[in-house]
Design a protein around this ligand. Structure first.
Ligand code: HSE
Length: 379
C-alpha cells in the first residue's frame, strides 16, 4: 500500500526508517511515496507543498506533524479524498475526534491512532481486543515518557528536575514545548483518546482536570519515600454508576504497586474489564522508533484489511463528582485548606482528609498559588 507521510520529525523518521529498511518483512507491502516536510532535505520523496500530497496516488496518509494546524486541515482533506489516516498527533485528534471520526465513517475509511498514547505499547489494540468480550470499567496509567523519565531519575538517583528535562528533550521524548509534558496536557490528550477506545466516550480535552509535576520538589519525593510511596503522573478513567470520571494528576502510589516500578521513559497502562479483571501493558512510551513502530502497526492493520471493531464513540461529558481521595498538598497558602487538612507532611506540606476531587480543585483555584504541588495519595 502506498503511503504519504506528513511530518518528518522524530516520529516520522522512526516510521519511515522501519518501513524503508524493512526491519520486519511484514512491512514489505508498505511504501512511502511522498513526505511533507517544512524544510528541504536530500530525499526525492520530500516536498514542502501539501498540493503534492493531494496530487499523489496514495490510499493512506500518515500524519505526525504535531500541533493543531495545519495538521487538522490536512487530515480532513485526506479523509474527504477517501484516504485512510493514521495519526500520532494526540493534541489534534483529541481536540477534533468526533468531527474526524464521523468524516472517516461517512467516507468509509479508517482513522487509527495507536501512536497517540503509550508510545510503542499496543494500548489501543489491547483495548479493542479486551472489548471484543468485555466492557472496560476503568483504566489508569503512566502515559508520558518525559515526566516518567524525570520522576524516575529524581526518585532513584536524586537528580535534578531541570537537568533531567534537558536530557529527555535530547533523547527525543519531550514535546517541542515541554510545557505540555510537565503540566499534564500531553497526558490529558492521551486520556481523552484512551476514553474513546475504552468507553466510546469523546470528551472535550479542556474538561479533563490536569495537574502536572512542574512544582514537585525533592521534599515531596522524600515524603513519599518515608511513607513507602513513589510518585508518578497518572491518567485515570472510570465509568461507574452512569458517571464518566477522567483526570490527570501526580499520585503517590504504594511502592508495591506494579505501576510504581515502571521507570525510565517507559509507560504502563492498566485496564480493568469485566471478565479479564486488571491487565497491564508496559513498554517504551516515547521516542522515534517505539512511536514509529506504533504508526507502522496501524498502517499494517489497514494494509492487511484487518477488521477494526470499536471506535463508535459519542460526545460525552466528564463527571468527577464520584472521585474521593486523600490528597498531598504543598503550598504557601495553607490557610485556604485549613478545613480539609488532616496531617502534616513536612514543611509547607500536608495530607487532606478524604474529600472530593472537585472540592479540592475549587480550593486550589481559590489558593491561586502558582507554585502549589498537589498529588493523590493512592488508596
Ligand atoms: N512527549 C511525549 C512523552 C511523547 O514524553 O510521552 C510521546 O507521546
Amino acid at each position: 500500500m502506498k503511503v504519504a507521510l506528513l511530518g518528518f520529525g522524530t516520529v516520522g523518521k522512526g516510521a519511515a526508517g522501519i518501513i524503508d529498511q524493512g526491519r520486519d518483512k511484514d512491512t514489505a507491502g508498505l511504501e512511502i511515496v511522498r513526505i511533507l516536510k517544512r524544510t528541504p532535505a536530500d530525499d526525492p520523496r520530500i516536498t514542502l507543498d501539501y498540493q503534492d500530497i493531494e496530487a499523489c496516488d496514495v490510499e493512506l496518509v500518515a500524519e505526525c506533524m504535531g500541533g493543531l494546524e495545519p495538521a487538522h486541515t490536512y487530515v480532513r482533506k485526506a479523509l474527504e479524498a477517501g484516504r485512510h489516516v493514521v495519526t500520532a498527533n494526540k493534541k489534534m485528534l483529541a481536540e477534533h475526534y468526533m468531527e474526524l471520526a464521523e468524516l472517516a465513517k461517512e467516507k468509509n475509511v479508517r482513522l487509527l491512532f495507536e501512536a497517540t498514547a503509550g508510545g510503542g505499547i499496543p494500548w489501543m489494540a489491547a483495548l479493542r481486543r479486551v472489548r471484543r468480550i468485555d466492557d472496560v470499567e476503568s483504566f489508569r496509567g503512566i502515559l508520558n515518557g518525559t515526566t516518567n523519565y524525570i520522576l524516575s531519575a529524581m526518585t532513584d538517583e536524586g537528580l535534578d528536575f531541570g537537568e533531567m528535562l534537558k536530557k529527555a528533550q535530547e533523547l527525543g521524548y519531550a514535546e517541542a514545548d515541554p510545557t505540555d509534558d510537565i503540566d499534564g496536557y500531553d497526558v490529558r490528550y492521551k486520556t481523552v483518546l484512551s476514553a474513546v477506545a475504552a468507553f466510546d466516550a469523546a470528551v472535550r480535552p479542556a474538561t479533563v482536570p490536569a495537574l502536572g509535576i512542574r512544582h514537585i520538589s525533592a521534599a515531596d519525593i522524600a515524603w513519599g519515600k518515608e511513607n513507602n510511596r513513589i510518585v508518578k503522573l497518572i491518567a485515570a478513567g472510570e465509568k461507574k454508576d452512569g458517571r464518566l470520571s477522567l483526570y490527570v494528576m501526580p499520585q503517590f502510589l504504594h511502592d508495591s504497586d506494579v505501576m510504581a516500578r515502571i521507570g525510565k521513559n517507559f509507560n504502563g497502562v492498566e485496564a480493568v474489564s469485566t471478565t479479564l479483571g486488571p491487565s497491564t501493558y508496559i513498554g517504551q512510551g516515547a521516542g522515534s522508533l517505539p512511536t514509529g513502530h506504533a504508526m507502522v502497526q496501524d498502517m499494517l492493520t489497514i494494509a492487511k484489511g484487518e477488521e477494526v471493531t470499536a471506535y463508535e464513540a459519542s460526545a460525552a461529558e466528564v463527571d468527577n463528582s464520584g472521585v474521593e481521595k486523600c490528597f498531598y498538598i504543598r503550598t504557601a497558602r495553607p490557610e485556604v485548606f485549613a478545613a480539609v487538612r488532616a496531617e502534616n507532611a513536612g514543611a509547607d506540606a500536608f495530607v487532606t482528609k478524604r474529600m472530593g476531587l472537585n472540592d479540592l480543585l475549587a480550593l486550589i483555584e481559590k489558593a491561586a498559588d502558582p507554585e502549589l504541588f498537589a498529588a493523590v495519595v493512592a488508596d
